[in-house]
Each structure stands twice: as C-alpha cells, then as structure tokens.
Design a protein around this ligand. Structure first.
Ligand SMILES: [Zn+2]
Length: 435
C-alpha cells in the first residue's frame, strides 16, 4: 500500500514553526483558531462552551465542550509536552573569550550534548519588553546569524573515538557568535531581540530563549520511510493531539481536552507543568463555568480517561541488547503502549483496553514497550497527571530512535497512525471498562 505522506509533511511544517515551546503553543493555537476555536485568557473569567483554548507560556489547554453539564458528562484528555532538551541562553549572556563573542548557555533537560556540536543554531523563544501598559511578551526567532559550537579537532583529542566524547557543560558547549568589537555581547543580543520584537533595546527586560538547529526536517530513507527532524520528542505528539482536537465532535456527554505542557523534560514542577495545579484548576473552572458542581467534576475525572502521548524507544538496530528482548519495538510498526510495573508509565490493563479496541476498529497495529528489568525506566506526564487528577491514564506514543538528540528519527507511517488513533479516541464512544 502506498505510504500516506501527508501527515508527516504536516508534522514537519508544525515542527519547523515551533523552535521553542512558546512557538509550539502559538502554532497549535493558530491551527485551533483555523478550526473554529476561540482563545480565552486564563487570568480572566472565560466562557467555556464550544471550542476554546488558552495559553500560559509554553503550555496550552484546548477543549471542545457542550453548552451544559449533564449527569453523564465525562472528561477525556490527551496530554503531550511542548519542550525538548537543548540549550537555553543565560540572563547575563556574554561568555566572550579570545576576542570572540560567545553566548553562555544552560543545558535544559537530558540532552544528548554531542548532537549540538557542529550544527548551525538559531535563537528562539519569548522576550519580555517594557511598555507604557506594562510588560509584554513577544515571540522572537533569530535565524539569520547562526551560532555554532565547534568540536575539538581529532588531532587535539586523539582518543576521542575510543574513549568517547566527554563534554563539560560549562566549558565545552558555549556557542560562538562572532568577533568582539566596541559593542558588548549583551547589548548586541538586546539590540537583535528588540528589533525582532519591534521595540527599543532599552525596553528589553528579560528573555526565555533556546537554541535550535537550523536545518529543516525532512523525510529520509527508501520510499520516504522515516522522518528526520529536531524535537520529534514531543512535538510529534503535540501535532497529532492538536490535529485530533480540530476534528473532535461537540458532544453533550463529553468535554474533550488537549493539554500541551511545558517543562516535562525538567520534571514538570512549575506553575504550568504537569506536576502542578494548573491543569486541575483550568478543568475545574471549565466545569463550574458550564454549570457543573465540584462533586460532579470529581466524578467526571474518575469516570474519565486520559491519554499521555509521548515518544517511545524503538529497538535500536546497533544496540539491540539495550532493549527488552521480548518487547522489540519496530519503526513503522504501530503505536506503542508503554507499561512499567513501578508506575513510571500510567498504563494498566484497564486503560490499555480501549486503546487496543480502537486500534482494532481502525485497523491500526499496536506494540507493547517495557524497559529492560536491569535498566532505569524513563517517565512522562502520564503518572503525574494520573496522580494529580485521579483520572485513569494510558501512556502511549510513536516509536523513535535517537531520543533527545538535536535530530531524531521516527517512522513515517507511525506519524499517520498516531494521528488516526488520537482522532479516533477523541471522536468515538468509549465503552466503559472494568476498573
Ligand atoms: Zn518526551
């Protein structure tokens, strides 16, 4: 059967428009607006019926709600995360040396540090500027004067291929930006940011800026088998979830919610992260605004259902011993259900059942991922959301290789499959499962 390339091409447009969590949320919001969603401000009272969404920094909550709560209304959630591991620019950004301009960076999350070397890097994120009406945030993207972190030549590091590359986060990851002159590096950055934000340099107060590889994503391999791109973890799931919500029907018995969280890669403990009060507060406000009460809200969570969508490790062909031998995960092999006895993933038999039923109905394949028993298991927003809300939750996602590299790879068919699965889950009648 001919490969359906359209979802992967649309994913690449999404990823390339989303070099930072702030941009990811803006791109998702733009797509939701195009599908009829109305943006509301979470800092003010908001209407909740119909298609709505709100943003808080790099976090977005979007929903499709009926006009009123009924006895049988439940909450169906799909969650993912907008952030990816990488490098963030420090508040005092100058790290100049030897007549060269360099920008000081912090490592954000569990990045594969080597993957950031020898690539052309842009700057993107949010800058806050001072205005007469108070501070205002602007999205900025500086791609025209790339930075670069050059690796040490092999002649000066003869054993690097045998011993492995060791990078000191403070000394070896400082990107090069140009030659020093009479302008300080901080003033230069401020000038560039101000121009991008249509402001004066002295108005720039502070920033939340990350670096991003400049080469665009593309399909690779024979028959376009694979997607090669930055930030597949987890913009792949953000893209699929956003697309699924745009086609989710308005139903009297359900509030369908998509939440794209920031800060997953650093533990999710923040005012907008999965390990915090934000989502619960927004959900309860939606519920009360639609005329429901708190007792009904808690029931709707307990009778509801949450999908935590995040990348899954495909079995690496060069390192099969790093993977559980009875749980081989194939690229283009179908959606991956992730389970862990120690609750690093939220999936259990009961929450997996409706997913498997939907896969059957849609003709989709499913694979089960389990980490080797002698390796530590990763985690997701799944257990955090399940714990915070008391909502039954399943962890799943598309298989990929090179997770947390600046450039990751996944299967082209899996992009289409994840989209179909999430759309199916948000659209259909889920039969109640025994819990
Ligand atoms: Zn992830």
């Amino acid at each position: 059967m001919a490969r359906d390339l359209a979802p992967a091409h649309d994913l690449l447009r999404f990823v390339d428009a989303a070099p930072s969590p702030h941009h990811a949320v803006a791109e998702a919001a733009a797509r939701l607006v195009a599908a009829g969603s109305v943006e509301v401000d979470h800092r003010a009272p908001f209407a909740a019926e119909g298609r709505r969404h709100l943003r808080h920094g790099g976090t977005l909550v979007a929903w499709v709600a009926p006009t009123a709560i009924r006895q049988d209304t439940v909450l169906h959630l799909v969650g993912a995360h907008t952030d990816s591991p990488g490098l963030r620019i420090k508040p005092n950004p100058a790290a100049d040396t030897l007549g060269l301009r360099r920008l000081g960076v912090e490592v954000y999350g569990g990045a594969l540090l080597n993957s950031w070397l020898d690539r052309d890097l842009g700057i993107a994120g949010r800058v806050t500027v001072r205005t007469a009406e108070g501070p205002a945030g602007h999205l900025v993207r500086l791609d025209d004067e790339p930075l670069r972190i050059p690796q040490l030549a092999i002649h000066l590091d003869r054993e690097v291929n045998e011993r492995g590359l060791v990078l000191n986060r403070q000394h070896h990851l400082v990107p090069l930006w140009g030659h020093l002159d009479s302008t300080t590096t901080e003033d230069l950055l401020r000038t560039r940011l101000a121009a991008a934000a249509a402001a004066a340099p002295e108005q720039v107060v502070a920033w939340d800026l990350s670096l991003h590889p400049l080469e665009p994503g593309r399909l690779v391999g024979i028959d376009n088998a694979f997607v090669s791109s930055a930030r597949l973890d987890n913009l792949l799931s953000c893209h699929a979830a956003t697309s699924a919500l745009t086609t989710a029907p308005e139903r009297a018995d359900r509030i369908a919610v998509v939440v794209l969280f920031d800060h997953e890669e650093v533990g999710s403990a923040s005012d907008r992260g999965a390990d915090g009060a934000f989502l619960a507060g927004i959900l309860e406000r939606i519920w009360l605004t639609l005329g429901g009460d708190r007792r009904g809200f808690l029931r709707a969570l307990h009778a509801g259902w949450c999908v935590s969508a995040d990348g899954a490790h495909a079995t690496h062909p060069s390192y099969p011993d790093r993977h559980e031998p009875s749980h081989r995960i194939a690229l283009n092999g179908g959606v991956v259900l992730k389970q862990n006895a120690n609750q690093r993933y939220a999936t259990d038999d009961a929450t997996a059942a409706p997913v498997l039923a939907t896969c059957d109905r849609l003709g989709l394949r499913a694979q089960w991922f389990v980490t080797r028993s002698d390796l530590a298991c990763g985690s997701t927003i799944g257990p955090l959301t399940a714990a915070a809300l008391g909502i039954p939750t399943v962890d799943l996602g598309a298989p990929q290789l090179a997770m947390h590299s600046a450039r990751e790879i996944c299967g082209t068919d899996d992009v289409a499959d994840l989209g179909r699965l999430l759309s199916g889950l948000l659209a259909e009648d889920l039969s109640p499962v025994e819990r």
